[in-house]
Design a protein around this ligand. Structure first.
Ligand code: CO
Length: 133
């Protein structure tokens, strides 16, 4: 079963502006910008006790979040990520009708840990990422 919320990913049209808002309105602790070309994103992390918010902006022409930003030009919540102890336990425990992206094959996520995404149509419209800890 899931053991907590790992992060919330928010796609933003302007990373500096988003970071400014989180820092200055909420007083949150934010990271420097990190460019992750292997994931097609630039990221600024907002560190909250017990949870992380990832502010994401497309990087490069093949960015997996470009379509989302095209559809949502003001930005918006992209996915939730839950901690799990073992991705295979979730896979085995889940009944059919739940589709995983990437053919159900885990890949290494932005935090350097194995992740798996569940199709948003099978999770009430929300893209859900599972991250193994
Ligand atoms: Co994520």
């Amino acid at each position: 079963m899931i053991s907590g919320l790992a992060h919330i990913a928010i796609v933003v049209p302007d990373l500096s502006k988003a970071a400014y808002l989180y820092k200055n309105i909420f007083g949150a602790e934010i990271s420097d910008q990190l460019d992750l070309p292997e994931h097609g994103v630039s990221i600024i992390k907002v560190n909250l006790p017990g949870c992380l918010i990832e502010l994401l902006h497309p990087l490069g022409p093949q960015s997996p979040i470009q379509k989302f930003l095209d559809k949502n030009p003001d930005g918006g919540m992209h996915h939730l990520c839950f901690n799990v102890n073992d991705l295979s336990i979730i896979k085995n425990a889940t009944q059919d009708k739940i589709r995983y992206l990437n053919g159900g094959n885990p890949k290494i996520g932005m935090e350097g840990k194995p992740v798996l995404f569940i199709h948003p149509k099978d999770m009430c419209g929300t893209l859900v990422e599972l991250e193994e800890h």
